[in-house]
Design a protein. Structure first.
Length: 388
């Protein structure tokens, strides 16, 4: 794909919006704990946040598809995300800071969904599906801001990070110009057929993937820090390695999608993550764990980009945003269901068994994806014509 001025504007927008999130997400829970909220209160807050997302992000995304005004919704969502981040940085009353988290998470999720829809539409105007070449800049922006954010937080405190996050999010709005002001609306919907049944399969795979990943999120990092004695520095190094390894994978993934199809690249990602989870359960030293950043980074590159591309392929213009929102919401639902199950497995059997259960879950997810696409008659997992 041509790297012209429009490309760099879109890529820069991804770097900035993910950078803005990197200045909040790693520090949010510790900041709330520092303000005096209990773990139970924070857990209840996050449950409310996810419930609101489950209920209202699909509704807002459907409204975006009906109106076609995805760019306007992205602008307002990002603006309100920035306002909420600013409030989180300036307020000192714990309950008010917690309350500001709700609109922050909601508008960040909605804005990312509509931005992805705009990016897919922009790529179509260039006869390209190389979403990975854009999304990799999000990973770079996130990685860079995490490093800078850690230094700033240590010297000036976390509230300043939230204020800077608001400024960075607002800066991303200056780079939306390449996106179309109006996308296909409800009128096109009346002239098109029924939605592709393959979408149901893909959403099921996303739920299963999130359920299985709950066995890894947080638990593997704690295993490195306490179980292997690596401390926080080893955890930070591991997460930085994973993020950096994602970047070249996303840059090259378009070529794999062209050759094999996005279904195959997603399946490859599931194979790698299942193997990494199982190997993680067997490691005895921190260096061994750090080596697993390679398959984890590669697998995340595949499992982040391929689902977005594949959902874009099986969706129609009038419902792409809604389908992307459903994918995000159902992923969160899988995490919500899987997290308490993972906690009970951890308490009963330990982290090694937990990771092995996660590996088996990823393998089951792989079977559902491959088998479902085969049964749908999509050949070598190349659903270019599905849903059209």
């Amino acid at each position: 794909m041509q790297r012209d001025r429009e490309y760099w504007m879109v890529a820069g927008g991804y770097a900035l919006i993910f950078g803005a999130m990197a200045l909040v997400e790693p520090y949010l829970v510790p900041h709330l704990l520092g303000l005096g909220l209990s773990g139970t209160e924070i857990g209840n807050l996050m449950a409310v946040v996810n419930l609101i997302g489950l209920l209202f992000i699909p509704l807002a995304s459907s409204a975006a598809d009906r109106s076609g005004r995805h760019r306007r919704i992205t602008v307002w969502s990002t603006l309100l995300q920035a306002v909420a981040a600013l409030a989180m940085g300036l307020l000192t009353v714990p309950l008010l800071v917690g309350a500001a988290v709700i609109p922050y998470r909601y508008f960040a999720g909605l804005g990312m969904t509509t931005r992805n829809r705009l990016a897919l539409a922009w790529l179509q105007t260039r006869n390209s599906r190389d979403y990975g070449s854009l999304r990799l800049w999000g990973s770079l922006g996130f990685a860079g801001c995490v490093v800078v954010g850690g230094v700033v937080a240590q010297r000036a405190g976390v509230p300043l990070l939230f204020v800077v996050s608001a400024a960075v999010a607002l800066a991303s709005l200056t780079l939306l110009r390449p996106f179309a002001a109006q996308l296909p609306t409800q009128e096109q919907r009346k002239r098109e057929g029924r939605p592709s049944p393959v979408l149901v399969l893909l959403l099921l795979v996303i739920i299963l993937m999130s359920l299985s990943r709950a066995a890894y999120n947080g638990w593997a990092q704690d295993f490195i820090q306490t179980g292997l004695g690596g401390g926080q520095s080893a955890v930070g190094l591991y997460m930085a390695l994973v993020a950096l390894i994602e970047v070249p994978v996303m840059a090259y993934e378009h070529h794999l999608v062209q050759r094999w199809g996005s279904g195959t690249t997603w399946a490859l990602g599931l194979i790698l993550v299942a193997g990494a989870f199982w190997l993680f359960s067997l490691v005895q030293t921190v260096p061994q764990a750090l080596l697993l950043a390679v398959p984890m980074g590669v697998s995340q590159g595949f499992t982040i980009v391929a689902p977005v591309v594949l959902i874009g392929q099986v969706s129609r213009p009038h419902n792409t945003t809604l389908n992307l929102a459903l994918a995000g919401v159902l992923g969160n639902l899988g995490t919500l269901i899987g997290s308490p199950i993972a906690g009970r497995l951890f308490d009963a059997y330990g982290v090694r068994t937990l990771l092995q259960v996660g590996a088996l879950g990823m393998f089951l997810t792989l079977i559902v994806l491959v088998g479902g696409l085969r049964l749908a008659g999509l050949g070598a997992l190349r659903p270019e014509g599905a849903g059209r």
